[in-house]
Design a protein around this ligand. Structure first.
Ligand SMILES: [Zn+2]
Length: 358
């Protein structure tokens, strides 16, 4: 018995999505959510999932979406981010089932100033739902954690009500993830904001659970975007256990994992920290910084090792008349980055217990 006995291969939405996350919690593992920016990074992640016999979450950030549409496209009204996110989702939908793994299409942090992007993606979801009976994306993240708590929760609930009509899952953030990602900088915020209180998590649960169960909570437990030298913010996975216990007690649940939790800033965490977080009901761990670095590594090493073959179209260390086309073809050197990215995603699958779960 594996995941494919519970949900089909290809893009997973609606009830299948909650079945997938329930399965994760029952079997004590989480799925990596990798930020993708191109068809190359999408395909590499799908290949990694296929080769490790795992499901995968592919997510686009606001900036990553714009990049998918092309850096030359204007983005003053979020148009590049909307079109790029939709293009990425369609690319994933076209190729996903070929790889034989369940795939979740997700969008990453959306702050207040980017809600135009969020609305544009939801418009695309609603149009897709009219034709196909499911949303284009499996889920989206709204992130109003930098705003007033009541505004955060109320606005999140409003969006969840809209998304519930098309069976699209909503991830929200309460408390702040530290560090810097995609132009949002929380490097200088007060330390206490980097640790969410159990009462705040329960306030989110109270507001969202009457709408349905299709929501994820990214609560802060000292997690940080990016990789830095050790500082004074310490990762405290035990807080995740406290959140679950507090909500369980308040609602009188028999489950010790009443919440679907998300781990942001997975890059740079130790394997023990990841394992502990997963044991408390984390179903999704975001990994971006480490996979960015992995994608570079293959390209970097290739260029450094093959430099004598890359300076001119003809002529290399083996002979002045020899052509270099097979060295500078992008399918050769971009592929080297894909290989090192694949290896890093497979490593994440191992860390999260996600390997061989299909
Ligand atoms: Zn994040």
């Amino acid at each position: 018995m594996g995941i494919l006995d519970v949900v089909p291969a290809g893009v997973v939405t609606g009830k299948n999505l909650t079945k997938l996350y329930d399965y994760c919690q029952e079997h004590n593992f989480a799925i990596p959510a990798v930020n993708i920016t191109s068809s190359s990074t999408v395909n590499a992640c799908l290949e990694a999932a296929r080769d490790s016999n795992s499901p995968i979450i592919l997510q686009v950030s606001h900036g990553g979406s714009a990049y998918f549409a092309g850096k030359g496209v204007k983005n003053d009204k979020d148009q590049a981010s909307i079109i790029g996110a939709v293009a990425a989702a369609h690319h994933i939908r076209t190729v996903a089932s070929t790889y034989g793994v369940p795939v979740v299409i997700h969008s990453d942090h959306c702050a207040k100033k980017l809600l135009g992007w969020f609305d544009g993606m939801l418009d695309a979801d609603e149009a897709y739902f009219k034709i196909h009976g499911e949303p284009l994306f499996s889920s989206h993240m709204i992130d109003l954690s930098a705003d007033d708590k009541d505004y955060n929760i109320q606005t999140t609930a409003k969006y969840m009500a809209r998304m519930a009509k098309i069976n699209c899952l909503l991830e929200m953030e309460i408390g702040l993830t530290g560090g810097e990602e995609d132009g949002v900088n929380n490097e200088d915020v007060d330390n206490s904001a980097l640790y969410t209180q159990p009462e705040d998590v329960y306030d989110v649960y109270k507001a969202l659970s009457p709408i349905g169960n299709m929501f994820h909570i990214a609560a802060a437990f000292g997690n940080v975007h990016g990789v830095y030298k050790p500082g004074n913010v310490k990762l405290q996975p035990i807080l995740l256990k406290h959140f679950q216990e507090y909500v369980q007690k308040q609602i009188g649940s028999t489950s010790n994992k009443p919440l679907y939790l998300v781990f942001h800033g997975g890059s740079g965490s130790t394997k023990e920290e990841v394992k502990e977080a997963v044991s408390y009901g984390v179903v999704k761990m975001n990994i971006d910084t480490d996979t960015q670095f992995a994608y570079l590594a293959g390209v970097r090493d290739y260029v450094l090792n093959k430099s004598g073959y890359l300076k001119t179209q003809v002529g290399n260390p083996d002979g002045d008349d020899l052509p270099n086309k097979k060295y500078y073809d992008p399918r050769v050197w971009v592929r080297e980055g894909e290989k090192t990215l694949i290896a890093r995603v497979i490593e994440a699958n191992k860390d999260l217990g996600c390997i061989n779960t299909l």
